[in-house]
Write a protein that binds this ligand. Sequence first.
Ligand code: NAP
Length: 462
Amino acid sequence: MTVSSQLDYRPSVPARDIKFSAAELAAGPLPECQDVLSRPIPEAMRALVLLREDEQRMRSLPEEKLHGFATLHYRDIPVPRPGVGEVLVAVMAASLNYNTLWSARHEPMSPFRYLGQFAQLEAGNERHNIDYQVIGSDACGVVVSVGDGVNNCRPGDRVVVHPGVVNSQSPMAHLDSMRDEHTRAWGFETNFGALAEYCLVRASQIMPKPAHLSWEEAASMPLINSTVYRMLVSANGAAMRLGESVLVWGGVGGLGSLAIQYVLRGGGHPIAVVSSPAKADLARALGCSAVIDRSAEGYQFVKDDGEPNLRDMLRFRKKIRSLNGGRDPEIVFEHTGRETFGVSVFVAAHGGRVVTCGSTSGFNHTYDNRYLWMHVKSIIGSHGANWQEAWQANDLVCRGYIHPTVSAVYPLKETHIGIERMRSNSHVGKIAVLCQATQPGLGIEEPTARARIGEDRLMMFR
Ligand code: NAP
């Protein structure tokens, strides 16, 4: 076996490509794949679903009843069959995203309204608009059946699923599918998502599974990895340049823990914001030397009456400068929303970019526009990623540049526990769910490549 070089995967060292040897790539078939392929595709499967009949009930539920459990149902439902251009994947593992939590809470609107809208977009979409929805936007598994016209994968392929559902006959989709109003988030705005034994996807969602990762590690990556890639690396996002500093909110959350890796790999300087000493230690273990514990500092950027708290904003800026050689961050990586957006605009460097993809603490943001226009800053809205961006991001995982940050794994039946951990912000990194995989740690096809990265690095968040 030939190894291209002595490799060091710590994120603070310059990136190097891994050349996997032929022997590593020819790793034998996985027993769990053989098992799935040897069984006939069943008529029914276990799945985590939302029910249309809950739609009315949700509107009258008090806040404390909204925490997911009342709306999540673990049921037997029919296994969908692939139509033209579609692929049926046996889901070995899935992972939770914030949109899983939004779905469970029927926010920002009823999931069944999304399904109704999707049904209007293209002929054939009507079958998504039924009385249940299988949610979940991240999956890793084995292709078991393909519809007519699919030529990029075949039964037996180990794959991860890109969550962008694109209408290939829409002209805008060919420039950048995320700018096309027809594009939808799989398992959030469409049906037959990841949290089931089988999922139904379009061929244009299929990407290769990183062979050195377990099912659940691979399943934790597609959505956040492609989102971060677009936000930071892509010309559609902040197009980060060598030497830039990036303020990363939620530095050891799902997005943040990958954002730190991207900034370090891209030759930048991340400044992570977290909310506990344990999270601060984890951010440092990722290679981020500049860490701010927002809880310890006691910041409150928006006063109780909704007005900005300039005193804490100035204090925060001073803290950032003290960790960043006196400089303001050229990029602010935003997804935290109402409670942080105003200060994000405030602290961004003159000419800097605030790139945002979400609003965890509230959708209605307030900021002082003088700090934006007088200092020629930009706000960049970013959502998901197009397939090309997702593919490049996935390739970085396959080649060992970017690593998963799974912290917990639950069986499908106990998904609600993971969702509650996301809601209460008591998790770090990603939470994975086992669907057909019988235990964590299966699915590794390249143990040698994995060993070169190191279990300590891959299991850092557990
Ligand atoms: P996550 O794993 O829960 O991480 C979010 C992090 O945000 C937490 O670790 C927390 O860190 C921080 N946070 C939460 N509330 C905060 C507050 N009030 N002030 C400051 N920090 C706060 O979630 P995620 O998967 O990274 O997703 C984050 C957001 O991005 C969600 O709103 C999600 O919907 C959105 N998102 C959008 C897209 C898209 O394509 N548009 C894709 C993925 C995610 P600390 O408590 O340690 O500070």
